[in-house]
Design a protein around this ligand. Structure first.
Ligand SMILES: [Zn+2]
Length: 281
């Protein structure tokens, strides 16, 4: 699934390759992806065709492509969706739900396996885009907001919950999910159930540094996988952990810090954590 680092790499790619281009043709293969922004496919086609892309922004894992006439194209790739740049002549694959081509060449394909995609996309007035996309206005975006470690410390004290749940709560932090919350906690040496309000100054700084390091490393990994046209590959299709991950998807494998096997624990419904019982406190 896409989390903040992969989406930021995509945003930078779109900023370089799509901003300044005008949209030519729009093909919506799957009607459900236009909701809740539009009632039907023709509404999205009409809103996109002929518009020029003026900026590429991101908040959490949602991409906002600002168009002319104060409109914004919202792209939420959902749980398992992905976005690829393609040549204008590339045929839509079986998992492609939206194809958008540009007048001076190139195309964007929105894809997700299965017939019931979690992708949502539509065009809204720029000033209402964040709200329309359901992005929590109070959530901290670790990259976009670039807090100081002291601001981050105050944020953790206010949040006052188990670290894993604070890091993955979209009303508190925008863009972190199951993968990088586990990676950040392992890097910081802090357990998933350590209370966010009871961290020492040293632990806050460790968590802050871990968050920055993990995001930067993941962006490098996503950048290199983008070159292989596999931008969405945080984990492979067969569930194998990607090379840059230290704990996520590695249950039973030795911890790369202390060699004790990594364990996978259910925290609550739908939320699991990969962690080391020995070297995280
Ligand atoms: Zn360990």
């Amino acid at each position: 699934m896409l989390e903040l680092p992969e989406v930021e790499v995509l945003r930078r790619d779109l900023e370089k390759e799509v901003v300044g281009k005008r949209i030519k043709d729009v093909i919506v293969e799957t009607p459900s992806i236009v909701r809740p922004f539009h009632r039907n496919r023709p509404e999205l086609v009409k809103a996109l065709e002929g518009r020029k892309v003026e900026a590429a922004r991101r908040r959490g894992t949602v991409i906002f492509l600002d168009l002319d006439e104060d409109q914004t194209w919202v792209i939420d790739a959902g749980e398992h969706g992905s976005l690829h740049r393609q040549t204008a002549t590339e045929q839509a694959g079986p998992d492609t739900h939206l194809v958008v081509t540009f007048t001076i060449g190139g195309a964007i394909h929105l894809s997700e396996p299965g017939n019931d995609p979690s992708i949502h996309t539509g065009v809204v007035a720029t000033e209402t885009a964040l709200e329309a996309a359901g992005v929590s206005p109070d959530a901290l975006d670790p990259l976009d907001d670039n807090p100081t470690w002291m601001e981050f410390g105050r944020f953790l004290a206010d949040a006052a919950g188990p670290l894993k749940l604070v890091l993955t709560d979209p009303t508190r932090i925008a863009g972190l999910g199951p993968v990088y919350s586990d990676e950040i906690l392992w890097e910081a040496g802090l357990r998933h159930d350590h209370g966010s309000a009871s961290l020492s100054t040293q632990e806050i700084r460790r968590l802050y540094r871990a968050m920055q390091e993990v995001i930067v490393l993941a962006m490098k990994a996503a950048g290199s996988s983008l070159d292989d046209t596999e931008a969405d590959a945080a984990i492979d299709d067969d569930g194998e952990a990607a090379d840059h991950l230290r704990v996520y998807g590695r249950a039973g494998l030795p911890c790369s810090r202390c060699r004790k096997p990594i364990v996978r624990t259910r925290i609550k419904k739908g939320i699991y954590t990969y962690h080391c019982e020995q070297c995280m406190i």
